[in-house]
Design a binder for this molecule. Structure first.
Ligand code: FES
Ligand code: FES
Length: 294
C-alpha cells in the first residue's frame, strides 16, 4: 500500500490545518484492493470517509473514479466556518486535495516535496512511547520536574502547560503568542521532545521532565544557540526568541551539523514578526559549527 498526507494551511509546520487528508491505496494489478481516506479539521474529530473508501474498493485507477471518490469524500466533511476558511471553501478543498492525492499515489508522485528524513524536534532518541492516561492525568497534585527542579501543583489541572509554567511555576520566559499552536513562542521540551506548551494540557506534565528556556543554560554557561543569537543580532523585540531557542537547541540535539534546509525545517513552526529569519538561520548554523568544534 502507498499513501500520502496533504495539509492545507498557511504553513506546513504547526499552523492549524484548514483541512488535511491522509490517503492510502492498496493497489494490485491496476485495481484498488482497499482504500483508506481520513480527514482532519472538517469535523469535531478525525473522520474516515467510509463511503468513498467503499466506493474505491475494486475500482480501476482512472481519473473518473478519482473524481467521483473525491466528490463522495467531500460530502463526508462537515466543517465549520472560522477565520481560517468558510465551510464551503473547506468542503471544496477536501474535494480538490483528495482528487490530487489519489492521482499522485497512482502516478507515483506522492512523496514529491517531502524530506526523506524530516526534522521532528524529538531529539536523538525519538520514541513514540506514551505513558498510560492514568499516569498522565492525575486527580491529585501534578508532580513534575522543570529544569531539573521538582514541583508539585495542587491546582492548575484545567490549564494549559503554558499557563501552568507562567502562572504557577512563575517561569515567564516561555511566551504566549497565539495560544493556538500557530507561532511557536511557547515551545518547551517535554520528555525530550519539543512541544507547544499552549496545546498541552497541564496534567500531562505529571511525571514528566520539562525544560524551558530558563533551563537551557547549564552551570551559568549559555547554550551555544543563546550565544550565537546574541552575536548575530538574531533578536529584536525578543518575544519569539524563547521559542526559536528551544526549537534550535532541539534541532542541534537531533542533528549536530544540520544543513540550511534542515534548519529551515526546524523553525518552520516558529514565527518572528520583527527580526526576519536570515540572522536567526545564520545564528543556528554558527551554533552547529560551534558544537562541532567542541
Ligand atoms: S504556538 Fe503560539 S502560543 Fe503556543
Ligand atoms: S524578535 Fe520580535 S517577534 Fe521575533
Amino acid at each position: 500500500a502507498r499513501g500520502t498526507f496533504i495539509k492545507l494551511a498557511l504553513r506546513r509546520a504547526q499552523a492549524i490545518s484548514v483541512i488535511d487528508a491522509a490517503l492510502i491505496l492498496d493497489i494490485e494489478a491496476d485495481t484498488i484492493k482497499a482504500a483508506s481516506i481520513t480527514l482532519g479539521a472538517v469535523a469535531p474529530t478525525i473522520i474516515h470517509a467510509v463511503e468513498a473508501e467503499q466506493y474505491l474498493t475494486g475500482k480501476p485507477l482512472t481519473d473518473d473514479v478519482f473524481e467521483e471518490a473525491a466528490r463522495i469524500t467531500m460530502n463526508a466533511a462537515k466543517p465549520i466556518d472560522d477565520v481560517r476558511g468558510s465551510a464551503a471553501y473547506r468542503r471544496e478543498m477536501v474535494r480538490v486535495c483528495t482528487q490530487r492525492g489519489l492521482k499522485a499515489i497512482r502516478d507515483g508522485h506522492e512523496q514529491n516535496g517531502m524530506p526523506s528524513e524530516p526534522i521532528l524536534l524529538w531529539g536523538k532518541e525519538s520514541t513514540n512511547g506514551t505513558r498510560p492516561a492514568s499516569e498522565q492525568f492525575p486527580a491529585a497534585a501534578i508532580q513534575t520536574t522543570i529544569n531539573g527542579k521538582k514541583y508539585s501543583f495542587t491546582s492548575g489541572h484545567n490549564k494549559t502547560l503554558l499557563r501552568l509554567l507562567r502562572e504557577d511555576a512563575n517561569l515567564i520566559g516561555t511566551k504566549e503568542g497565539c495560544a493556538e499552536g500557530e507561532c511557536g513562542a511557547c515551545t518547551v521540551f517535554l520528555d525530550g521532545k519539543a512541544v507547544m506548551a499552549c496545546l498541552v494540557p497541564a496534567p500531562r506534565a505529571h511525571g514528566a521532565e520539562i525544560v524551558t528556556v530558563e533551563g537551557l543554560a547549564t552551570d551559568g554557561e549559555l547554550h551555544a544557540v543563546q550565544e550565537t543569537f546574541i552575536e548575530h543580532g538574531a533578536v529584536q523585540c525578543g518575544y519569539c526568541t524563547p521559542g526559536f531557542l528551544m526549537s534550535s537547541a532541539m534541532l542541534l540535539e537531533e542533528k549536530s551539523n544540520p544543513t540550511r534546509n534542515e534548519i529551515e525545517q526546524a523553525i518552520t513552526g516558529n514565527l518572528c514578526r520583527c527580526t526576519g529569519y536570515y540572522k536567526i538561520v545564520q545564528a543556528i548554523e554558527d551554533a552547529g559549527n560551534r558544537i562541532q568544534e567542541t
